[in-house]
Ligand binder design. Structure first.
Ligand code: SAM
Length: 346
């Protein structure tokens, strides 16, 4: 085990079987060692800086029916909303003075957000806040569409691959969604020049150490600039309502491995991690994460973007309470910085 961890630290690469071994045979000692090395590596590149991103949930209207997701099209109990361009801009106006220099526009696959509408919002944000980055997370679109969004000024795009195992992918999604298209989208985003983010849920139904090993190999080979890894948490109105949630322990273990695979990756300590453990965010940072994404959406609409039950949106998860988040990060030896926080090429 120790040899494998040293090999990973040195080569930033293991075989799929070795990744699987690292997961299956994990114990407190391997977790401690991985976290220690992940923190060292992260400190060399990012010091103790923690980047903040203002998350604006622009629409919970979605044409898709991902089996795990609370805003899936066929969830009739979800009260739908979408933000206007003015509302999105005023979220940025609120976030800028709080120190946010990245705005993440995330939403379901809502046809209202055509290329024209998104491009116009992106260029308005970039005009008003030229020192800020705009990240989009609006699901699968065509190459041409992504290119237009990039040309309008969007800097980054998050599209979790969800799982790097085709059979597993089909167990999490209906027939009309395809693994092939998800991967094609990710390749297109990279080709166009976006700082691209992939990622997956930990503990999703049918996930195994073998599928996780494939996720790690995929990350090693795809070389994303960002990677979102958070626990799966069940939502009562989905097919997976009675499935078990992922654990903080395995999520943190994987965060450390991903940091060692890609030392300069932008790695969030996710909202889902904070939602299943009151110290989840801190535990993520102490495992090698270097980003947090507090919620900047209009307060009264936050509970409607319910991807899973008990999703946090208040307290230190709220952008308005960035002071609390600062304090919490300082208490573990890290500091929130007012920077765009781009991926550092090394
Ligand atoms: N529609 C866009 C897309 O597909 O990338 C962005 C929005 S989607 C709701 C954002 C992410 O939420 C998904 O990639 C998924 O990993 C995560 N998510 C959805 N349901 C979840 C659940 N029950 N538990 C944890 N994460 C969940």
């Amino acid at each position: 085990m120790i040899n494998l961890i040293n090999k990973l630290e040195k080569n930033h690469s293991l075989t799929i079987d070795e990744y699987e071994y690292l997961i299956t045979n994990r114990n407190e000692e391997s977790a401690r060692l991985l976290a220690e090395k992940a923190i060292q590596v992260r400190k060399k590149i990012y010091g103790t800086d923690v980047y903040i991103r203002g998350l604006i949930e622009i629409s919970n209207i979605c044409k898709n029916n991902c089996y795990y997701c609370g805003i899936r099209a066929s969830n009739n109990s979800c009260e739908r909303y979408r933000l206007t361009a003015e509302q999105i801009l005023s979220c940025c106006d609120e976030g800028y003075p709080l120190g946010f220099r990245t705005f993440v526009l995330q939403g379901g696959e809502d046809a209202y957000f055509s290329d024209e509408v998104v491009c116009s919002v992106v260029s308005e944000i970039k005009q008003k806040y030229p020192d800020c980055a705009v990240t989009l997370s609006l699901g699968e679109r065509s190459y041409e569409s992504y290119k237009k969004l990039y040309d309008a000024g969007a800097d980054r795009y998050l599209l979790r691959h969800e799982t790097a195992d085709k059979e597993h992918y089909q167990k999490l999604h209906p027939q009309e969604m395809s693994f092939k298209n998800r991967m094609e989208c990710l390749n297109n985003l990279k080709k166009i020049g976006f700082q691209t983010g992939c990622g997956f849920m930990v503990g999703s139904p049918y996930q195994t150490a073998a599928t996780l090993a494939k996720d790690l190999k995929f990350i090693e080979q795809f070389k994303p600039e960002m990677c979102g890894i958070g626990p799966f948490v069940p939502h009562k109105s989905t097919c997976f309502a009675s499935e078990k949630a992922g654990t903080v322990e395995l999520t943190c273990y994987l965060l450390s491995i991903v940091r060692l695979i890609s030392p300069s990756i932008l790695l969030p300590s996710t909202t889902a991690l904070g939602s299943i453990d009151p110290y989840g965010r801190e535990k993520g940072i102490l495992s090698g994460a270097n980003v947090v994404m507090p919620n900047l959406s209009p307060f009264e609409l936050r509970s409607k973007y319910e991807l899973y039950n008990n999703k946090l949106s208040g307290g230190a998860e709220s952008a308005a309470n960035v002071a609390e988040l600062k304090q919490r990060m300082e208490s573990i030896g890290y500091k929130i910085v007012t920077l765009k926080g781009d991926f550092k090429k090394i």
